[in-house]
Write a protein that binds this ligand. Structure first.
Ligand SMILES: C[S@@+](CC[C@H](N)C(=O)[O-])C[C@H]1O[C@@H](n2cnc3c(N)ncnc32)[C@H](O)[C@@H]1O
Length: 175
């Protein structure tokens, strides 16, 4: 099963129409669209104006999504807390000429802020793509942080056996 398929199946069991959730990397809007069907309110960030435009087309006239064209390190400027779930689908958008790619240090900063804004028993779902330049460093920086800080990883899913295959982490904040 591909990681995207795994994530989409998993999300269906985690959230309901009472929840506010955040897509940290809107991209082409595939995750945002699914979240909009499952949750009450969705806030979706992307640093790329093209990605925001593409997501706007993908979600069409869905009325429970707010799109924000900003770096996700700035989420605390927009969000007040009590977020049920954050989704990080890291890396870059394929097929764009000079795609912005997530950067390890920024992703760690964004993760820490997301964790603070998460409700008790909320979730963070992260897909790492380890095959591109910087992807493996990003994976190690974040997963070392999880280990060193007792972050509660409830599920880990790898699409294949190679170290360069994508991998998904599901984190639950238990207070
Ligand atoms: C793999 S794509 C996301 C795919 C998307 N979730 C979907 O369902 O189509 C990664 C996205 O992260 C965005 N991105 C990279 N760095 C970012 C940052 N610092 N803040 C917000 N978005 C960023 C890229 O522009 C790209 O659209």
């Amino acid at each position: 099963m591909r990681t995207n398929t795994f994530v989409h199946k998993y999300l269906k069991g985690l959230i309901s129409k009472e929840d506010t959730v955040v897509d940290m990397t809107a991209g082409n809007g595939n995750d945002t669209l699914l979240l909009s069907k499952l949750a009450g309110k969705v806030i979706a960030f992307d640093i790329s104006p093209e990605a925001i435009a593409s997501t706007r087309v993908r979600i069409n006239d869905t009325d429970n999504v707010t799109l924000i064209n900003d770096n996700h390190v700035n989420i605390d400027k927009y969000l007040g807390g009590n977020i049920r779930l954050f989704v990080f689908n890291l890396g870059y958008l394929p097929h764009s000429e000079h795609p912005p790619v997530t950067k390890a240090e920024e992703t760690l900063t964004a993760f820490k802020k997301a964790y603070e804004l998460l409700s008790d028993n909320g979730y963070i779902v992260i897909t790492f793509y380890r095959g591109h330049k910087g992807g493996l460093d990003e994976y190690y920086l974040l997963t070392d942080y999880f280990k060193d800080n007792d972050i509660n990883v409830i599920e880990r899913y790898e699409a294949g056996s190679s170290l360069l295959e994508p991998v998904v982490y599901i984190i639950k904040k238990e207070i």
